[in-house]
Design a protein around this ligand. Structure first.
Ligand code: NDP
Ligand code: 8X3
Length: 257
């Protein structure tokens, strides 16, 4: 098993849900954390929490991963120790809307593609060269069951997560011959702010998504991310598709109708 002690882990989308849970679990395991999101106050309080509970070394970057120039500039101007990232957790992402494609909002499409695909690429492009140079690293993308199966209204969100599958598989090939590992963790239904964001703040509609069965928690996913990150260096879990026991596919959930 590989220890996370003194490893530097970068988590995008650390201000909520799966990203926050990954940050907490990595900090608990002894890692130093570079936390990225747009909501500064949430990052600040998470950083304080990790420092006080685990004595973690934490650096925060208030950053919109869609902003290519700012992503490049922010990584290039990090204090030197933070330029060495051992594990990158590409988690920042979102869904917007559940309309049929022909009625979809184009602004929603842009936001999903710009965040889930282009944002992931911008951050990866800034971080991975250092991993290759040091011949050490692990890129863990947070994909989705929606990257393998579509569902009504899932159109563009699903397409963005299908892209994450393609990028993860291709990246693994591109890095073959180096010690840098690539993993795509692909959860089904996880109770976070995800649906609230999808439904543009409609909390009543969002909470219905998780009613009548037991969804995954953000901590369940973080636990899997940590498992992937702590395998011995010669072991690379490529894809982990995980659903709640009450979910069989993107469209089949054991809940009252
Ligand atoms: P949350 O809404 O709880 O968290 C999303 C995180 O992404 C927030 O920290 C948010 O931070 C960050 N984020 C969104 N847009 C940007 C941006 N432009 N720049 C930087 N950070 C951004 O949802 P989850 O924790 O559920 O989602 C995390 C990942 O997991 C996503 O990629 C999602 O697609 C995926 N996923 C979620 C599932 C679920 O059912 N919940 C299932 C499968 C995959 P801020 O707003 O502060 O910038
Ligand atoms: C989030 C899971 O099924 O809502 O990726 O798309 S789902």
């Amino acid at each position: 098993m590989q220890s996370l002690k003194n490893q530097r882990v970068c988590v995008t989308g650390a201000s909520s849900g799966i990203g926050t849970a990954c940050a907490v679990e990595c900090a608990r395991a002894g890692a130093s954390l570079l936390l990225i999101a747009r909501r500064a106050e949430r990052l600040r309080s998470l950083a304080e929490d990790l420092a006080s509970r685990f004595g973690s070394d934490v650096h925060t970057l208030v950053l919109d991963v869609r902003d290519r120039k700012k992503v490049e500039a922010s990584f290039a101007s990090l204090p030197p120790p933070w330029r060495t990232i051992d594990i990158l957790i590409n988690n920042a992402g979102l869904s917007r809307g559940l309309e049929p494609l022909h009625e979809g909002k184009i602004d929603d499409w842009d936001e999903m593609i710009d965040t889930n695909v282009k944002g992931l690429l911008y951050v990866s492009r800034s971080v991975i060269p250092g991993m290759v140079e040091r011949n050490k690293g692990h890129v863990i993308n947070i994909g989705s069951i929606a990257g393998h199966q579509t569902y009504p209204g899932g159109n563009v969100y699903s397409a963005s997560k299908f892209a994450v599958v393609a990028l993860s598989r291709s990246l693994k090939m591109d890095l073959l011959g180096t010690a840098v590992r690539v993993t795509n963790v692909e959860p089904g239904l996880v109770e976070t702010e995800f649906s609230e964001v999808r439904f543009h703040g409609d909390t009543a509609r969002a909470s219905k998504v998780y009613e009548g069965y037991k969804p995954l928690s953000a901590e369940d996913v973080a636990d899997i991310v940590l498992f992937c990150a702590t395998r011995p260096p010669h072991v690379n879990l490529l894809e982990v598709l995980v659903v709640p026991t009450d979910q069989a596919s993107a469209t089949m959930v054991n809940k009252p109708t």
